[in-house]
Design a binder for this molecule. Sequence first.
Ligand code: PEP
Length: 248
Amino acid sequence: MRQTIVAGNWKMNASKEEVSTLVMGILSGMSEVESKVIVCSPFPYLSQVEALTTHSQLHLGAQTVSIHPSGAHTGEVSVDMIKDFGADYVIVGHSERRSMYGETDQDVANKVKTVVDSGLTALFCIGETLEEREAGETEAVVARQIQVVIDTCGIDAFRNIIIAYEPIWAIGTGVTASPQQAQDTHASIRALLATNDENIAQSTPILYGGSMNPSNAAELIACEDIDGGLIGGASLKAEDFLQICKAG
Ligand code: PEP
């Protein structure tokens, strides 16, 4: 039985004051939440969120990481730095990093390896563009993205990987994949993992991301192979985020 996981991706949003209000708001409703809840903060606020969430049910994550351990990499943040602030999760391969910052499938796989080798858990994002979906290539695209991680990290690495299937056409657009569209892709992802290791296929959490909100979360999470959500916009409002957390 896989536990439902709801992760918030704040992206490049919030201020010190807003972080405080948001985290306190989420914490105030956590006693009614059974899902595992993760908030992925911008780097500057990791310390603040760590302080606010110590001894709480809220888990902390970062949004990307360098593959380098230390040294002359201006502007980069290492996995040890992230660990230093009590984060256990790192989003890797978000489509915004792939499309705007040129991260290739291999770059993403290298980052997943860095995260997993350090003992943290990677929130590994995959997903197709609208053109790819319309061309009937969705399953092939996500299979390719996953295969590079398997080739680079080995199938056992998936013990420390949460997959987030995020169709790019649904991210931040208000257009959500239908439960059937999402379930079909999640099932194909699990089938691919099963060709490598049946146990890992059954235990790997596969989250859906793409305009998930309080009104569509329950129906999506109820699907057999959808184990929760990666939430962008709706994770910035404590009330909305909590409603999604409670839907799991
Ligand atoms: C995301 O960016 O990971 C995401 C799912 O965003 P939104 O929920 O805003 O579509």
